[in-house]
Design a protein around this ligand. Sequence first.
Ligand SMILES: [Zn+2]
Length: 137
Amino acid sequence: MEQPSDRSIWSALTRGAQQKCPSCGEGKLFDKYLKVVPNCQQCGEELHHHRADDAPPYFTIFIIGHILVPLMMWVEIAYKPALWIHSILWLPLTLALCYWTLPRVKGALIGLQWAMRMHGFNPEHDEAAEYGGNTPV
Ligand SMILES: [Zn+2]
């Protein structure tokens, strides 16, 4: 049986960030914007085991916040624009960056879970025990 070290974490992270199957790097990871396909269409790897949950939005907010807040502060200090200029500049930019980043972060996290055989990606995992006898829908 394969051990966790048999799967490259870096390869799985980058494939996931490219929204590709972490196993083969060819099949699509998402069916819709953030809906993960149950199985890879290329290699058949089961991908429904992921438990990304709230981590993708958390990391997306963390990343985008660390990019935009310093930019906002720099623009304010350098140019002192009116509030309406801040609004039309930062609100659409924040939404667009979050929209672009969220699936990539979710893909990378699913790739990490797959590479480390977390949750259902570990064949010895007891999913019912993790959720107190109730499997998640
Ligand atoms: Zn695949």
